[in-house]
Design a binder for this molecule. Sequence first.
Ligand SMILES: [Zn+2]
Length: 201
Amino acid sequence: MIENILPKTLKKVVDEISNLPGYGEKSAQRLAVNILNMPRGEAFQLVKTFMEMLERVHPCRECGILTEEELCPVCSDEERDRTTICVVEESFDAFAIEKTGKYRGLYHVIGGRLSPLEEITAEDLNIDSLVKRVEKDNIKEVILATNPTVEGEATASYIYNLLKNKNITISRIAYGLPFGGVLENADDFTLSKALEHKTPI
Ligand SMILES: [Zn+2]
């Protein structure tokens, strides 16, 4: 029996993909094999698109939403309500809220959630910058729109405790969103309702 017949570069790709959160060895293998099975032209185009994304996309200087500009379209829009910040875990949560067309304020992407299991602490998240924005930018309301999961709730209450003495209104979206769900997967109606029925905490 020949050991290690797995091609070295394939193994390296699988190892590197399985380091990503949410990817185990099996799903990493599937992704690598799917790419190898693509027509080579399309596969190279995919890799080129990845390279372009890596070169161009970065967090907005103000709010952390992924953008190709220095400031994202929300931060650079003069029409937005600049006294309200909606706090989300990831950019895609903000994109989902934007799609409802119901929210006119600004965002703040903290870049994840507190997770003792994954050893993610407050220092790993963009929470300091949120507190600074609240202190210097004349913010009147903060809406905590972290996911309605155990970790999302813990993150929201952590942020609430940091901001509760800052003389602002703090709300938490809740209504209509299933507990244990993910914002990104919610339909527009559910998400609109959740925003409409945000409750001060
Ligand atoms: Zn921005």
